[in-house]
Write a protein that binds this ligand. Structure first.
Ligand code: PEP
Ligand code: MN
Length: 299
């Protein structure tokens, strides 16, 4: 039976000739194209850790978390100024004011910033304030938005749609690449599965990481926070992601002060700066171990 629109990975050279390994033999079987955001190198020598609040709620909260994640050793800051929320009655983000706060937090800590852009009309505004633009899961197939971020001159973090196949995800990345922007980092953030929501928010698809790395030369990172929705699972999910070949992590962090106000969104999945430090310690010691093993093997 022939089904309209059905594709599989063997169609990738046609769907995304700019990004498929098969149509770009200069990257060989395993070379990753490094994406630079300031001094941060995705797909470089060591995994990148992005951390910060789910949403920019106010100046004090954002500066406090930015300093804390910097102190924990994070490479980049995250935080939403425009938030995609299930209910239009929920906190939607501070918008332009949030972007200004992010810029201040970035200048103070020296950490580059990534934030989500949801609206084609706001791509230039967001690009003016931050170092990397995020296209969220809900917008992975918003093709006009992909075209616009492809033209914005800034690197793009492209999250996987929550029900997207690998082909759909790489096809979405190709829209950005077609506009001349190859500075794309992919992000697995959990997919909808039958039991999703019962014991975790989404289902972290670890197997997609080696598949992405086999099919494209773009770096790929993992969001253990949205994938699990449970703070207690974030550390193990982070370790597992690295073991599966992830080039980095993007993690939501909240204040650990006893008198801190509960985050307005995604509070249950936010880890403390202390847990973040443990995850980054794992990343670093794992790198040392791998470097040592390589050294022994080549001696
Ligand atoms: C986010 O990172 O703030 C976010 C909303 O993630 P996702 O698009 O993966 O749900
Ligand atoms: Mn969130």
């Amino acid at each position: 039976m022939i089904i309209a629109g059905r594709v599989d990975v063997d169609d990738l050279p046609r769907i995304c000739p700019l990004l498929s390994r098969r149509t770009n033999p200069r990257y060989g079987e395993s070379q990753t194209r490094v994406v630079e955001v300031g001094r941060v190198r995705f797909g470089g020598e060591r995994p990148v850790v992005i951390a910060g609040p789910c949403a920019v709620e106010n100046r004090e909260q954002t500066l406090e978390i930015a300093r804390a994640v910097k102190g924990s050793g994070a490479d980049m800051l995250r935080g939403g100024a425009y938030k995609p929320r299930t209910s239009p009655h929920d906190f939607q983000g501070l918008g332009l004011e949030g972007l200004k706060i992010l810029r201040e937090a970035s200048q103070e800590t020296g950490l580059p910033v990534v934030t989500e852009v949801m609206d084609v009309r706001l791509v230039d505004q967001v690009a003016e304030y931050v170092d990397m633009l995020q296209v969220g899961s809900r917008n992975m197939q918003n093709y006009p938005l992909l075209v616009e971020v492809g033209r914005c001159g800034k690197p793009v973090l492209l999250k996987r749609g929550m029900a997207a196949s690998l082909c759909e995800w790489l096809g979405a990345a190709e829209y950005i690449a077609k506009e001349g922007n190859l500075e794309i980092v992919l992000c697995e953030r959990g997919i909808k599965a039958y039991p999703s929501g019962e014991y975790s928010r989404y289902s972290l698809d670890l197997s997609v990481i080696p598949a992405v790395r086999a099919e494209t030369f773009l770096p790929v990172i993992v969001d253990p926070s949205h994938a699990t929705g449970v703070a207690a699972m974030v550390e193990s999910a982070s370790r597992a992601a690295l073991e599966f070949g992830s080039h980095g992590l993007i993690i939501e962090v909240a204040s650990d002060r006893l008198d801190a106000v509960k985050p307005k969104c995604d509070a249950a999945q936010a880890i403390t700066p202390r847990t973040l430090r443990k995850i980054i310690h794992f990343v670093e010691t794992r790198q040392e171990y791998l470097a040592e093993r390589l050294h022994v093997a080549s001696a």
